[in-house]
Design a binder for this molecule. Sequence first.
Ligand code: IPD
Ligand code: CA
Length: 267
Amino acid sequence: MNICSDRLNQVIKTVESAGNTAMKFFCSPELKKSFKSKCDLVTEADTTVEKMLLESLKTVDNIGFLSEEFNPETGLAKPCWIIDPIDGTTNFVAGIAPFAISIAHFDGGKVDFAVCFLPVTNEMFSAEAGKGAWLNGEKIHVNADSSAINCVGATGFADITQHGGTGTLPVFCNMVQKTRAMRRLGSAVTDLVYTACGKFAFFYEAGLSPWDVAAGSLIVKEAGGIVTDFSGGNDYILGKTIIASNPQMYDFVRNEIEISLKQRLFI
Ligand code: IPD
Ligand code: CA
């Protein structure tokens, strides 16, 4: 059973309530939506849930916010909450799962606890630095897949959505040929927590924002996974590239990314 700190418990309760609110908008024909940019949707669910979280998290720890809809420019110089109110907004607008609510507590130096909630499947992921990771109160661990052909991996194409071009498509083409299967769920938060609990052996993506990866990356690490940027460093929250993998497959993923991007397959 997950004996977690009082603050983590308070955040879990807050996120459960935010999930109930999000579900009231899910699949609603009256859902109001607009475009922040050419491909970046925002809905009244995103803004309503984020406003709820900004209010309630202040009572847990009255620090700053780095949040997708109302505080996207905050840096990581001071302690703050890192929030994605609805990760997978395109899925949400289409009325398909998954979507996730993601909260990370940044203590000024590292993410020290995190919660990711998938309301449609009622999956509450949480982690505390140095204490482990849990799904609905039960300890979780990355899987032990050790050969590419037996692996299911996940990715997304944030880089292409934002900048056009082929982005990491060359990596995807190679991965599809070398693994059992590749999945693109449309929610980077879900990709990360599903790697943490062993549904996926690995996940990688370029072009994500801090709120997409801050919480899920701690959950993967606390579940025994390896999380780096594409060059093997620790700049995966602000640095726009992330690999999250079980230990056995990490080198394969990192090498495939390096080789494929050098090849620059003309797709
Ligand atoms: C998106 C999802 C998607 C990723 C996009 C993100 P959002 O989050 O995580 O999987 O590929 O780049 O923007 O915008 O729906 O919160
Ligand atoms: Ca979002």
